[in-house]
Write a protein of this length. Structure first.
Ligand code: XUL
Ligand code: CO
Length: 438
């Protein structure tokens, strides 16, 4: 098999002073941070759809990148060429995992039985490569949003036939995830929402999404899937409103439907910002609820109102992300680069440089988050800020023993509360800067 990315050899760590565009400046896989090598803190994954399928097409213009990898598009030969390209790419960039949708792997046929046969064939081929390289599957999913049949949703479709088709895709995608040893299985509800409430039975649609998820859990467990299921929240795009709006909404939905033992969340940076939150906010909501499972590592553009899926370069944001991950004790999943090169970055070198950027950004995020925790000033400040709950009436409130009458009596005795203490936001922001830039 011919080399596809010829001229590019294995990407190495050369350190911050390096000016070599095809070298890591900060990601040093073996460097130990907080007692673990970086590679273990940062299980990076390649998104099959962006890296091997997306060729730069947008609403106004055609493809700019050649992702045929020497084969005729939409054939099984092309599907295999993508596997060859993907494994060569992951080995060269030093990535341990990949994530996939069913239809990223093979061209979809008119008959689902034929599509499934193609999926069996391609995953046999992938398994062989996985055995030879040690590369693993982070998570699998079913694409239930691109095909026109899903125009009104999958689990939330008004059509029971479409619901069944979605169920068939989930069943197959779960079988493939188990076959490839995937750590997780993702539901991203791209069409699970509505365009107008005038034609929508919201309650029924949400109950049906939960029914599809429950079927998936029951089937997945019956075929030996031991990993986590994930919801990947996103408020909008492609639909005007999507039911899995943000982390808080998705957690409420999972708990209301008894799915929270089998599911965690896969938080994507650009989805959080579309919901009007910071990336850290949705990570924090997930963490404090014990639901932080995996991350789609990308970055949005706050000047644009849509999902731009950029490779992350914002070290501040990556630091706050890694702060939440370290505080959470790591992830059950990993860091999937659900990101694409900008349309004018159309060469193979750009693909590698994009991953180097993303991996270096998260390596810096990890180093700086560890430094922030070791510095201790932020944790100490937060602990002190709530010190009034450590004794007296505060301790009784925190333990749940105090009554409303007791609190009121306390207030009456004090006549008026003292000022609650400065939030010292500016001081804390300067602590972050001094850790980031020291
Ligand atoms: C879309 C998105 C998806 C999911 C998987 O915004 O993030 O690619 O990650 O379906
Ligand atoms: Co995503």
């Amino acid at each position: 098999m011919a080399e596809i990315f010829s001229g590019i050899s294995k990407i190495k760590y050369e350190g911050p002073a390096s000016k070599n565009p095809l070298a890591f400046k900060f990601y040093d896989a073996d460097r130990v941070v907080f007692g673990k090598p970086m590679r273990e803190h940062l299980p990076f994954a390649m998104a099959w759809w962006h890296n091997l399928c997306n060729a730069g097409k947008d609403m106004f213009g055609d493809v700019t990148v050649d992702k045929s990898f020497g084969a005729t598009k939409d054939t099984m030969a092309h599907a295999k060429a993508k596997v060859d390209a993907g494994f060569e790419f992951m080995q060269k960039v030093g990535i341990q995992y990949f994530c996939f949708h069913d239809v990223d792997l093979v061209p979809e046929a008119d008959d689902i039985n034929e599509t499934n046969a193609r999926l069996d064939e391609i995953t046999d081929y992938m398994l062989e490569k996985m055995k030879n390289t040690g590369i693993q599957c982070l998570w699998g999913t079913a694409n239930m949003f691109s095909n026109p049949r899903f125009m009104n949703g999958a689990g939330s479709s008004n059509s029971a036939e479409v619901f069944c088709f979605a169920a068939a895709q989930v069943k197959k995608a779960l079988e493939l995830t188990v076959k490839l040893g995937g750590r997780g299985y993702v539901f991203w509800g791209g069409r699970e929402g509505y365009e107008t409430l005038l034609n929508t039975d919201m309650k029924f649609e949400q109950e049906n999404i939960a029914r599809l998820m429950r079927m998936a859990v029951n089937y997945g467990r019956s075929i030996g899937f031991k990993g986590d299921f994930y919801i990947e929240p996103k408020p909008k795009e492609p639909m005007k409103h999507q039911y899995d709006y943000d982390a808080a909404t998705a957690i409420g939905f999972l708990r209301a439907n008894g799915l929270d033992k089998d599911f965690k969340l896969n938080i994507e940076a650009n989805h959080a910002t579309l919901a009007g939150h910071s990336f850290q906010h949705d990570l924090r909501v997930s963490r404090v609820n014990g639901m932080l499972g995996s991350i789609d590592a990308n970055q949005g553009d706050l000047l644009l109102g849509w999902d731009t899926d950029e490779f992350p370069f914002d070290v501040y944001e990556a630091t706050m992300c890694m702060y939440e991950v370290l505080k959470s004790g790591g992830l059950t999943g990993g860091f999937n680069f659900d990101a694409k090169t900008r349309r004018p970055s159309y060469t193979y070198d750009d693909m590698f440089e994009a991953f180097i950027l993303g991996m270096d950004t998260f390596a810096l995020g990890l180093i700086k988050a560890a430094a922030l925790i070791e510095d201790g000033r932020i944790d100490e400040f937060v602990a002190d800020r709530y010190a009034s709950y450590k004794e007296g009436i505060g301790a009784r409130i925190a333990s749940g023993e105090a009554t409303l009458e007791e609190c009121a009596a306390n207030a009456a005795a004090a006549k008026a509360p003292a000022m609650p203490g400065s939030g010292r936001q500016e001081y804390l922001e300067s602590v972050v800067n001094s850790v980031l830039f020291s």
